[in-house]
Design a protein around this ligand. Structure first.
Ligand code: FAD
Ligand code: EPU
Length: 342
């Protein structure tokens, strides 16, 4: 086939996933335009290869050999679409680095994403699990996304309701999983800063300042908290929180509180969200290591690759953590990253 893109065979993804897992893609392409993306999808269709879109590789567990076309999304570009007294509408292409995009919005006096500073990965992956941190989620500012249908190459627009955002969830992890590649995201940000400082540690850190924090102060405080708590993937392989915080009923929480009065839980509508990190820690697994996989010493919710782990090693360790927490608390932990078996 006379393709306008370069398809590489047997390409190593070790540098392209933050867990640092050894993984080979039978076919690999980097796409910098919609034309290239469409051509890559046509190639996969012709060879009957499944397509795996890859951004920053910070929320995936990769098998050792992927019989697939892995498509690295390098679509770039960001723009202010409109500015009114209250809102700034911005659009960014899927391959833009998330943190750089956040800093760019702040430099352009468009506010709201400061609490989401330093989340690894790309703009295009942000809606997949509705990224969130420090009291803010992507959906709070989301307007629409554009996505290319993998089968047809057609581009469609999805608004907020059609994305069915939830906690670390969207329609792209449900009925539309593996059907679309997100090409661009449009957000409506605030024209004036409205600090969101409900997260205790963030409030405490900013209390030392003038009492009137600017957006960059908040962004920097978030970065500082994150650097203190989470391992830097450049130094130690990880995918952030490996499990979602389980959401349980009031009844389950009261049962647990009787036995574990210091359990950490936050209200989530009519339900309660348990701190999975606390459960794993309390089960005695913080800092635990088996072979080359372990939990991070400072944050038990983060699984780390001490070097040389395979995707299967990570999953085996994760199963052990799930089993132990279930046995001790009767609570099931759900994995956050997506697993692509080899
Ligand atoms: P990838 O890992 O490349 O992909 C993730 C999934 O999305 C895969 O299934 C992939 O196929 C799919 N995908 C990627 N791009 C596209 C696209 N353009 N179209 C369709 N599908 C696509 N997450 C949070 O929510 N909050 C946090 O605070 C947070 N902290 C983290 C801290 C660390 C140290 C790390 C390593 C991760 C953290 N994460 C956090 C998880 C991760 O950063 C986010 O999920 C991020 O959005 C993943 O982006 P990515 O580009 O790396 O996606
Ligand atoms: N905790 C422990 N021991 C541990 C880890 C945590 O006791 O080993 C306790 C903490 O003391 C705290 C509570 O658990 O009381 C919650 O911990 P933390 O504030 O670190 O947040 P988290 O619930 O572990 C979530 C997100 C993070 C996000 C932060 C900040 C999920 C699954 N994780 O972590 O997102 O950055 O809050 O908002 O919702 C990610 O999704 O990859 C991610 C890093």
């Amino acid at each position: 086939m006379n393709s306008p893109i370069n398809i590489i065979q047997n390409h190593s993804l070790k540098q392209l996933n933050t867990l640092g897992l050894s993984s080979i893609a039978s076919h690999y392409a980097e796409v910098g335009s919609e034309v290239e993306l469409r051509a890559a999808l046509a190639f996969a269709r012709q060879r009957q290869l499944p397509v795996i879109p890859l951004g920053g590789g910070s929320n995936v567990v990769l098998g050792e050999l992927l019989e697939a076309l892995v498509v690295r999304i390098n679509l770039l570009g960001r723009a202010i679409l409109q500015r009114t007294e209250n809102a700034v509408s911005v659009r960014a292409a899927a391959g833009e680095n998330w943190h750089e995009f956040v800093l760019w919005t702040l430099a352009n006096h468009a506010y709201g994403l400061e609490n989401l500073s330093l989340i690894p990965g790309t703009v295009g992956a942000a809606p997949i699990q509705n990224i969130g941190a420090y009291g803010v989620e992507l959906r709070d500012y989301f307007v629409a996304l554009d996505a290319m249908h993998i089968e047809s190459g057609e581009i469609s627009r999805f608004d907020g309701p059609s994305c069915c955002f939830g906690y670390r969830d969207s329609v792209f992890k449900g009925v539309w999983q593996d059907q679309y590649i997100i090409t661009a995201v449009t957000l409506s940000l605030d024209a004036q800063l409205k600090p969101k400082l409900d997260y205790g540690q963030l409030k405490a850190m900013l209390a030392h300042g003038t009492g009137n924090p600017q957006a960059l102060d908040i962004s920097q405080a978030v970065c500082e908290i994150r650097r203190e708590k989470l391992p830097d993937p450049q130094k130690i392989g990880n995918a952030g929180s490996f499990f979602k915080n389980p959401v349980v009923s009031v009844g389950t929480l009261s049962r647990l509180k009787k036995e574990f009065p210091d359990i950490v839980a936050y209200p989530a509508g009519t339900m309660w969200k348990l701190a999975a990190g606390w459960l794993i820690d309390r089960a005695g697994l913080r800092g635990r290591q088996q072979g080359s996989v372990g939990t991070y010493q400072k944050q038990a919710l983060v699984l780390v690759n001490h070097g040389g782990a395979t995707g299967q090693d990570v999953l085996d360790f994760a199963s052990m953590v799930q089993r132990t927490v279930d046995e001790k608390f009767g609570v099931q932990l759900e994995c956050e990253p997506r697993f692509y078996p080899g």
